[in-house]
Structures are given as C-alpha cells and as structure tokens.
Design a protein around this ligand. Structure first.
Ligand code: GLP
Length: 231
C-alpha cells in the first residue's frame, strides 16, 4: 500500500482528484469506478474545479440502495448523475448495480459481465464506513464476494439515514460490488478523511481480519490511500 498523509479534508480531496485524473487519463479506453458519499462529493467538486474532461466512456458505481427509485435524491444513481456526469458535462454511461439496465433478477450477474467485458477499471475510488464497510460489504463479508444484494448493518442504517428526509424510509438492503469484484481494478484509490473514520482505518490496517472488509484489499498491488488520520 502507498499511503499519502494530508493535513485536512480539502487537501485530501484535492490530492485524490489529482490521482484520479492521472490514473484515468493514463488509460482513457478503460472505464473508471466511482463511489458516493460526503468524502466523494468533495473529490468530484475538485474535478470540476480542475475543469476535468474525462476521456473514458463508461463508469461503474460501487453500490446502490435496493429498490430505491432512480429519481430519488438519495439514490446513488441520482447522486452520480448530478455530482459527476452533469457537473463535468460528461455524457458517458453510468453502470449502477440494481438500477437502470440492471434493475431485474439477473441484474447483478449482468453488471459483473459488463464489468468483465469493458474492464478492468483504470481506477476505483473507495471510501470506508465508520464500521469499516467497503462499498456495502459489511464486516464479515466474504473476501471472495461478487456483486450481490446484501442486508445493511444497523450502524450503516443509522449513519446513512440522516441523509433521508424521512429516516424511516432508508432502505435496509443494497446491491453492492463484492470485495473480489472491487479487487479487479488496476488501481484502488481509498480516501479516508475525518476523525470519525480513524478507528475503522486503524483496525483495518493494524488488525485485519474477517471483520474488516478492507483486509481483502490490503495485498492489492496498487492500493493507494489518501488520509488525514494516523493509523
Ligand atoms: C456509504 C457508501 C460507501 C462509502 C461510505 C462513506 O455507506 N456505500 O461506499 O464509503 O458511505 O461515506 P462518507 O464519505 O459519506 O463517509
């Protein structure tokens, strides 16, 4: 793992945006992997500030709430459409597990097939949950897992329900790339910012085991960490 220590969140988001642009520009015929959440909002804002013009034609999302309407402001498809595609004036195709083309029974399998046909990804953006989840691979997830429907942990429901106008309406399930799916990317760009992530990061790196999904990715040949935390 290559670790970059930064002073604060803004510096981390700027560095992550720079590394993302470099990695995707180096392989413009390959798709990229996108993530969602507060950390990534700032990374996408930095891409916009840099007037980034993507060369890639396809982007694969890590995960999405199960059964959420694509028009809901809480759907990750909506979030990526607004904060990535529209913000960068990018007209390429977003592939989101369980949404659009993939919103049916065999959707997760077809998502895997599209990824295999078009991939590998030049770079996959990653965050971490306060409970250590990667995408929606919760603690205890199989390291060999592929894209599938999962049940969210109570800590994830509590952490993410604050983004819903009616917290009770937060879905309890999601579709997520598996840990083995994520590991296929040429480069993993993990962005961990804020004190509330420190415990999950430290545990995942110092005591990796089945309860720390990041453990499945620590031996990846190109895992790049950007963090403002000690671990
Ligand atoms: C969600 C996503 C994860 C992301 C995490 C952290 O749960 N499914 O992929 O890493 O949030 O998000 P934030 O950056 O908002 O802390």
């Amino acid at each position: 793992m290559i670790a970059h220590h930064v002073k604060n969140a803004v510096e981390g988001q700027m560095l992550a945006a720079t590394l993302f642009m470099q990695a995707s520009n180096a392989k413009p015929d390959k798709p990229v992997g996108l993530a969602t959440g507060g950390t990534m909002d700032g990374v996408y804002q930095q891409l916009v500030a840099n007037s980034f013009k993507p060369g890639f034609k396809h982007a694969f999302a890590l995960d999405e709430y199960d059964g959420i309407s694509p028009g809901s402001k809480n759907s990750y498809l909506h979030e990526l459409t607004e904060k990535f595609s529209k913000a960068l004036d990018w007209s390429g195709q977003l592939h989101v597990p369980g949404q659009g083309l993939y919103a049916h029974e065999a959707g997760n399998q077809e998502f895997e097939e599209a990824l295999a046909d078009l991939g590998p990804l030049s770079v996959q953006l990653l965050g971490i949950g306060t409970n250590g989840h990667i995408a929606f691979n919760e603690p205890g997830s199989d390291f060999a897992s592929r894209t599938r429907r999962v049940e969210l942990h109570q800590e994830t429901v509590s952490a993410n329900s604050i983004y819903f106008d009616d917290p009770q309406s937060m879905p309890t399930h999601a579709n997520t790339q598996g840990l083995a799916t994520i590991a296929q990317a040429d480069m993993l760009l993990l962005v961990v910012l804020g004190e509330h992530k420190q415990a999950a990061l430290t545990k995942s790196i110092r005591h990796p085991d089945q309860s720390t999904p990041l453990a499945a990715l620590l031996e990846h040949p190109k895992l790049v960490l950007v963090t403002d935390q000690e671990f």
